[in-house]
Design a protein around this ligand. Structure first.
Ligand code: PEP
Ligand code: MG
Length: 837
């Protein structure tokens, strides 16, 4: 008989639900409880070990259904599944059904001897009975598919245009196009005349992408509806603005060829996707197969609700990947996941799945897979290989929803020992979760050098050879492998002479890398002798190593959120101390600015903010606001930073400062922590410097007052731009407005620099703008003392500084501040900077 587990933050709640459910079936069903934590002062919480024990206590081959309340309960349950032997994992299903109604429906079904899938279906449909009784069935089940309303008798307008951005409608521009089209009531359609395609829906990311639009193609865009003119004007503006892209600076490689022609015995040939040599034992990764049953359903509304629930959870999961990638890898890579979110809103996918369920009575898994397969086929039909590769994202999103529908746990890619990961393929979200200190190389049997997974592998610095013979999938874990990500070759159990060659090549590769970076280790000095500090933005110990190797003179922003991600409770003081010390050691006396926790906004961390729903998270309880309201959490972090400060150049930076009183309140808490450490005889740097992020417009307006309170400023243009321009930085619909080169933002930067310098404090800038090579003359001309950016971009920015002069840059700034738009500022810079001699 199927067993049931109830996971809740509250022991009382869970016991109550168990009592109620058990009463329904006179105790015939095994129901286990995992609830609350062993902390008498704060007993609310969940513990993965408890969940694991509860599952084990009711486990049988018939399966186990786990019902959870919310937030960390889900994370604990997911972790608990990872502790189970693999064979048992398949039989344990996490279910999104409501706790009380779901538990009762599930035990009744289990007692009736139903199988696990029927029990899950009963639990999921549990709200239906309640909704029917309350007469709200139609509302409760109303399907919120975005459909395009076409007003009858509205005129159709049409524009034709030639695409000028370098990669055409690749992932990000396609996402902007769709997001813009979806804002209007009019129905937008688009056709690629050059490729003679059909006219497709402009609000479908998949249809737009599969038009195969590249630079130079002619498009016709039609709009039917009352706001047709406005819609076309907005879309035209996107094209005129090149979708905010600098055609010269795209970091997507157009082609990546492998340099070898034939394989010698023992060698495997593949695609060179990410440079470097790896020699290590293999770990063969085989994702859990998701079986897709196909059957007839009677209750079609409940079935469609299952799809919507899975999409809802998928959206939350992708948002979490987005946060992690933006903290640990970079905003450009994070944008891949922003675009993935659009797939979940694609009306073609949603309407296709809904139709199969409502009209053909197909079950959710089969309906979803069928529409995803159709989209995949249309991508494969494209002639353009670059656009064909965007299919990875469709597969990634499609699989995620299927996994959720099947109730499976996410794949576990955490390696215990350093290894080369061998797999059929890795999705972009799998690759983003890899730890480069453990995954020394990637070897897959499919994939391409321009796939999003390959782009992420390159950013992470993991050598990769893709598209090798499928025999590698038969390798036992632990088999020695060597791979060369530059030539696209791999060797299974290489002979000693190959190993010698590769080891020599590895050190030669490292030397070449070092030489390429040699100039990056010089200070960045302009032609007229002005020095600017170039620091790194980091989010892990590995980033610190990459930063030093790339010539970072220090760390201008350590995003400490990474310590809080991917876990179910806050890191302890000792855990934090160990990481801060490790990073400080890697930096070897270079300055390290540690930003205190900036939770909220685009970094949600559900277990810290259980049940919190905010209409405007970016305007909500984030950064310093959250920390001041949680003094114990804040103090733990400050204690760890202070303890790490001894013997290192550590500074503290407070995020999201909007008022003087926030700075003062934070300093009072810091003073308390310092007093406690003194009392306990624990050493720390008593002269530790405290600075703030200037990223809220109010902070700019009162920068003179704030400057009197702190030791330094660092301008966060990512947030400052979104707040100045009133445009959510994660919303592709307004992406063209959030350009930090807009004169409105630049004037704010200027005001901040002037206020900081008048008070004699240093002013840095750590938003993405610092890594934009086109912006370098502007930042120099504005007088910033320090730029902090992603480690990979440091060599190029240092070179750019060396080519410029401060005087010339000041002249460009004077003119830039008078422009009307960011586009004009970009044009101005392109035409003003003297090309290198
Ligand atoms: C910023 O806002 O510019 C910044 C650097 O911080 P984050 O991107 O972490 O919000
Ligand atoms: Mg910020």
């Amino acid at each position: 008989m199927v067993g049931i587990v109830i996971v809740s933050h509250s022991k009382q709640l869970a016991l109550g639900v168990r009592e109620l459910a058990a009463q329904m079936v006179q105790g015939q069903v095994s129901i286990a409880v995992a609830a609350g934590i062993e902390d008498s002062e704060n007993p609310l919480g969940t513990n993965p070990i408890q969940v694991y024990e509860a599952i084990a206590s009711v486990f049988s081959d018939d399966g186990v259904l786990v019902l959870m309340d919310l937030g960390s309960a889900l994370l604990s349950a997911e972790m608990a599944i990872e502790f189970l032997p693999e064979a048992q994992q398949q039989k344990v299903h996490l279910c999104e059904a409501p706790l009380v109604e779901g538990a009762i429906a599930a035990v009744v079904a289990a007692a009736a001897g139903r199988n696990i899938h029927q029990v899950i279906a009963e639990a999921r449909g549990a709200l239906l009975a309640k909704a029917t009784q309350l007469g709200v069935v139609s509302r409760a089940l109303s399907i919120v598919t975005p459909t395009t309303h076409v007003e009858s008798e509205s005129p159709t307008r049409e524009i034709r245009l030639i695409v000028s951005n370098r990669l055409g409608l690749h992932a990000r521009p396609a996402a902007q196009f769709v997001a813009t089209a979806a804002q209007f009531k009019s129905q937008i359609r688009v056709q690629n005349l050059t490729r003679n395609t059909e006219l497709v829906r402009g609000d479908s990311i998949n249809q737009v992408t599969t038009l195969g639009v590249r630079q130079g193609h002619e498009l016709v865009i039609t709009a039917t509806g009352s706001d047709a003119d406005e819609a076309l004007a907005s879309l035209q503006a996107l094209f005129a603005n090149n979708f905010g892209e600098d055609n010269a600076a795209l970091n997507y490689p157009l082609a990546f060829h492998h340099a070898v022609t034939s394989a010698t015995p023992g060698e495997l040939l593949g695609i060179a996707a990410s440079g470097g040599i790896a020699i290590a034992p293999v770990v063969n990764y085989q994702p859990t197969h998701i079986s897709i049953p196909q059957y007839h359903v009677d209750d079609v509304e409940a079935e469609w609700q299952r799809v919507q629930a899975a999409i809802h959870v998928a959206r939350q999961e992708i948002q979490a990947v987005f946060s992690q990638v933006s903290v640990q890898i970079g905003d450009a890579e994070a944008a891949i996941f922003d675009a993935q979110l659009l797939f979940l809103e694609d009306p073609v996918l949603l309407e296709g799945a809904k139709e199969r369920i409502l009209e053909h009575h197909l079950n959710a898994e089969a309906a979803w897979q069928a529409v995803v397969d159709e989209v995949i086929t249309s991508y494969h039909r494209l002639e353009d290989s670059y656009l064909q590769e965007r299919v990875d994202d469709v597969v990634d999103v499609g699989q995620r929803v299927l996994r959720l529908l099947a109730g499976n746990a996410p794949a576990n890619l955490h390696l215990q020992e350093a290894a080369i990961l061998v797999a059929t393929d890795l999705t972009p979200s799998d690759t983003a979760r890899l730890d480069p200190t453990k995954v020394l190389g990637i070897c897959t049997t499919s994939g391409s050098a321009t796939s999003h997974s390959a782009i992420i592998a390159r950013t992470l610095g993991i050598p990769a050879v893709l598209g090798v013979d499928a025999q590698v999938l038969q390798l036992a874990n632990g088999t020695l492998m060597a791979l060369d990500g530059e030539s696209g070759k791999a060797w299974i159990e290489p002979e000693s002479h190959i190993l010698d060659l590769l080891t020599a090549k590895q050190s030669a590769w490292q030397t070449t890398q070092q030489q390429a970076r040699a100039t990056a280790h010089q200070p960045a000095i302009t032609r007229d002798g002005q020095q600017v500090s170039v620091f790194a933005n980091i989010g892990s110990i590995n980033d610190a190593q990459v930063a030093v190797a790339n010539g970072a003179e220090g760390v201008g922003l350590l995003r400490t959120e990474f310590l809080y991600l991917d876990r179910t409770s806050t890191p302890t003081e000792e855990e934090q101390l160990a990481v801060y010390q490790a990073i400080a050691q890697v930096l070897d006396h270079r300055p390290l600015i540690i930003r205190t926790l900036d939770v909220g906004g685009d970094k949600p961390l559900p277990y810290l903010r259980v049940g919190l729903r905010e209409a405007n998270p970016f305007l909500g309880w984030r950064g310093i606001r959250f920390c001041l309201d949680h003094p114990e959490l804040f103090k733990t972090q400050l204690r760890a930073i202070l303890r790490a400060s001894i013997g290192h150049q550590i500074k503290i930076m407070l995020p999201m400062i909007a008022t003087v009183s926030e700075v003062r309140a934070a300093k009072v808490i810091l003073g308390q922590v310092q007093a406690e450490l003194n009392q306990a005889g624990i050493a720390f740097d008593a002269a530790i410097k405290v600075g703030i992020m200037v990223e809220v417009p109010s902070a700019v307006a009162i920068a003179d007052r704030l400057a009197a309170e702190v030791d330094f400023f660092s301008i966060g243009t990512n947030d400052l731009s979104q707040y100045v321009m009133a445009s959510d930085r994660t919303n592709p619909r307004v992406a063209n407005l959030v350009d930090a080169l807009h004169p409105a933002v630049l004037r704010m930067v200027q005001q901040t620099v002037q206020a900081g310098h008048a008070a004699g404090i240093s002013v840095g800038l750590c938003g993405e703008l610092a890594a934009d090579i086109l912006a370098t003359p502007i930042l120099l001309g504005l007088g910033l003392d320090e730029l902090s950016l992603n480690p990979q971009s440091i060599p190029a920015i240092k070179q750019a500084i060396a080519r410029l002069s401060r005087v010339e840059s000041e002249a460009i700034v004077a003119s830039a501040l008078q422009q009307d738009s960011a586009v004009h500022v970009r044009e101005l810079i392109s035409t003003s900077v003297t090309p290198p001699a």
